[in-house]
Design a protein around this ligand. Sequence first.
Ligand code: ATP
Length: 354
Amino acid sequence: MSQIRLSRVGHSYGENVYALMPADLVFEHGKTYALLGPSGCGKTTMLNIISGLLQPSEGKVFFDDRDVTQIPTAQRNIAQVFQFPVVYQSKTVFENLAFPLQCRKWERSRIRPRVEQVAEMLGLTSRLGLAARALTADEKQLISLGRGLVRDDVASILMDEPLTVIDPQMKFELRRKIKQAHVHARQTVIYVTHDQNEAMSFADEILVMMDGRIVQRGTPEDLFERPANTYVGNFIGSPGMNFLPIRREAEKLTLGGLPLPYPPVRLPKGEITLGVRPENLSFTSDTDPDSFPTTILSIEDHGSVRILELALGDARARMKLPREKAVPPGNTTLAVRATRFCYYVNGELVVEPS
Ligand code: ATP
């Protein structure tokens, strides 16, 4: 298990464009990280630099205090899980799991208990005698993971979209097992995904990427409650955060033409937007003094929740309302006092919810 440190690491594939902008980064040992972002943002480039499949065009990579920048993948003591399971189809599950230990010249008497321990951890005990080809895709992916976990010298486990080929029903189960295995093994895990639900439910910390840069690093709660910029607010959440334009009119802040209740004391110059999660909006009675008038424009039924489109003057917002909550008539009022608002100036967070 290792701390992984990138020192001014950046990469360009040849043209004068950075696929990964130079940056300093630390991944602490024993924690789980997700690299999250849309296609082409540089996730795989960063993972491949850490694994040694790619030499960065700038900077150095350290595992603890050891500079591994020039060291090939095979000597970095990492385990990798890719989109497609890498297994020896004709070998049994036991043989697949034992293989990395045989390569490291483990004694036979040590191999069996270790393989059985890892198989137990991954729920593969009943499969040990079967040929890998007889297994389902999610079980094969568990073997790929298990081949990393059996070794006791693994510095970290790197996963690149490991659930892509897994049936949607099995994803939850496989994710649970991967998490459980991490609780036992306490390896440093870096997990690449473009799926916010995978990242949020798996990682201690998420690094959201855009155009080769990390635009926010934080816990799932940080990304949800305090997006550092409007990009993260939009990217995280379904639907994403509402961003409502705020105007400065005669020293007052207005939203949709109406005075903004509880305006922040001081905001830097620039274009102001108020960010509020659709989940954090709620209705209140029209006698509530801490309210804001709104009109319901449309209602979308999503089964367990409804997504309402609201007019706040000339601004528009979406609200996520649990099914059991009643939808009031078209013209109604939004609760304001306890609502968790974020304020952005020129797209960057300047005031967090109190
Ligand atoms: P995806 O989820 O689609 O794999 P990603 O976030 O992992 O995307 P990368 O694969 O790291 O992104 O790609 C980052 C950028 O580098 C993209 O613009 C991509 O086109 C470019 N790129 C990736 N690999 C190469 C390569 N071998 N040669 C040239 N450009 C590349």
